[in-house]
Design a protein around this ligand. Structure first.
Ligand SMILES: [Zn+2]
Length: 317
């Protein structure tokens, strides 16, 4: 099956400093591995288009959006920096990159819902899953996946949307936005499943097996076997019961054994396994519809190899 890959070279203009792990080199590492994977005959590449500002408010507070637009450095001010938190900042190219990253998620929804493709991977940055309703943090400004999920719901009237997140950090921003939507409307139609090292950044998460939030903490000693067991026990039954009409994946690869961001020791075969499992559910309940968004992953070689295995899983056999 052909899989779409959406990216944009302007995502590389966003640079938070020479030694910052969320670096433009991540995109090059992914592209290099994709080229050498020989998968080009089953991948269709797209350039992202910037999101319309009004769509960001599907998931974020208007005052927060205005705050970002007001403070993002102007494109003519190449030395200016706007700091969102201690390790998250914007340069003159960051806002255009953030609009492309969120725009890729919207493009992906239109491609999948328009039946052009059944699965799409968005290789863009900045990532999004730490961005809360009214607060950017943890390398994230806008919550790309929560915006896209709300867009899929509004434009295509989807009633059951699953978002799963296997980044090594909890997707606190996505939980915040989904929980607010679900509190305001009991039939909001979201299921959010997240695995993450615990205790670990952002240190604000409660374990939960109660929909719409399935929070599955993993110990620092976790290896592939325990990761697979946790997914099999906590995510897969909840997804089977929920019968999602589309599955969104916050695909962070920073739990890889080579990634110094965390202590968990996964390998690319674990990312292939979880993708295969999600594809089985998507094929059964969602007409195969899967949209995956890049989140973390900072060991460049491991990131590229893991993305290739993840995309092979989306392609299927
Ligand atoms: Zn992460």
């Amino acid at each position: 099956m052909t899989v779409g890959v959406i990216s944009h070279h302007k995502c590389n203009g966003h640079n938070m400093g020479e030694h910052h792990p969320e670096s433009p080199k991540r995109m090059a590492a992914i592209q290099d591995q994709l080229i050498s994977s020989g998968l080009e005959y089953v991948i269709r590449q797209y350039d992202a288009t910037p999101i319309e500002r009004k769509l960001i408010s599907l998931a974020h507070d208007e005052k927060y959006i205005q705050h970002i637009f007001d403070n993002a450095p102007d494109k003519n001010d190449k030395d200016a920096i706007f700091r969102v938190d201690d390790d998250t900042c914007m340069n003159a190219d960051s806002l255009p990159a953030a609009l492309l990253s969120a725009g890729a998620a919207i493009n992906a929804v239109d491609l999948v819902m328009g039946k052009t493709l059944r699965a799409v991977f968005c290789a863009t940055r900045p990532p999004g899953h730490h961005a809360e309703y009214d607060k950017g943090m943890g390398f994230c400004f806008f919550n790309n996946i929560a915006i896209a999920a709300a867009y899929a719901k509004e434009k295509y009237q989807l009633a059951r949307i699953a978002i799963v997140d296997f980044d090594v950090h909890h997707g606190n921003g996505t939980e915040d936005i989904i929980s607010r939507a679900s509190a305001n409307n009991k039939a909001a139609g979201y299921l959010f499943c997240s695995t993450y090292q615990s205790p670990f950044y952002p240190f604000k998460t409660q374990e939960s097996d109660t929909p719409p939030i399935i929070n599955t903490p993993l110990p620092a000693t976790c290896k592939g076997r325990e990761f697979r067991a946790a997914i099999s026990k906590h995510w897969l039954p909840a997804l089977e019961q929920f019968k999602p009409q589309i599955i969104f994946i916050s695909a962070g690869f920073d739990a890889h054994i080579e990634d110094e961001m965390s202590q968990i020791s996964l390998t690319e075969s674990d990312y292939r396994w979880v993708t295969d499992e999600l594809k089985i559910i998507a094929d059964q309940h969602s007409d195969g519809r899967i949209i995956s968004m890049l989140e973390g992953g900072y060991a460049l070689s491991a990131l590229g190899r893991s993305v290739v295995e993840h995309i092979k899983g989306l392609i299927g056999n």
